[in-house]
Design a protein around this ligand. Sequence first.
Ligand code: 2AM
Ligand code: CA
Ligand code: CA
Ligand code: CA
Length: 260
Amino acid sequence: SHDRTLLDDERLLGALDVVLETGALQRESLDEDVVVEYKSRGELVTEVDSRSQERIVAHLRREFPTHGVLAEEGATADDRRRCRWIVDPLDGTTNYYHGFPTFSISVALEVDGTLELGIVYDVPGDDVYTGIRGSGAFRERTPITVSEESALERSLVGTGFDVDTTPSVETLAAIVETTQGVRRTGSAALDLIHVATGRTEGFYQGGLSPWDVAAGAVIVREAGGRITDYGGTGGLAGLESGDIVASNGLVHDALRNRVR
Ligand code: 2AM
Ligand code: CA
Ligand code: CA
Ligand code: CA
């Protein structure tokens, strides 16, 4: 996997192989019928989510026996240790279940309460995005940076909403009326990658969990962008509240002021 990233960091490389292998298994099973359970009308979990998580978590625990793991599908262990991995084994499960080719794997490492590295694997696109705090953000071996657009009216903005609760249609209307367009991909981790690569100027979504956001947050910051909660507080505030605004920095407050 060394030839997939410029970043020569043993923690990153120790997690990368299992992410790529797990993604390959997800691609292979995309057109198969998979067993699904419903957490709610809008939230599905498939056997592929569970299998992917088991594979990734088992590998991380072998490779990094002193680290903890916080992962979406319950198999959380020792997540209060100094170093903990934050794992979403399949981000965009509704897309995956429908065969809609937009989903990802998101893996981050937090050390002493600071997000140190992030891996987001665009599985259908077979592109791996990485970031390490202080060392930059990359698509494969190419550095990525956020967009230089400073006007919200010339911005493309990503969002997502929990279909089980009423999405804020007022906010959505305000964003539609003041931007060039809105995109809803169904994978929050990939939405953050779209900000980090400059394909979109910003992204907002409420009700997210740490595993949706942690890896993408490192990559957005290292690409020159900004990520906060709805109130504008950075650090881990967005991760803790689950309400996120990410941007190229230039349109951040203009976007944030329209999000309620
Ligand atoms: P998931 O696919 O891992 O569940 C969809 O808008 C994005 O929001 C996805 O990243 C999805 O992650 C995430 N999400 C978080 N909570 C959700 C919920 N209750 N229902 C649907 N998607 C949710
Ligand atoms: Ca889920
Ligand atoms: Ca997710
Ligand atoms: Ca998931």
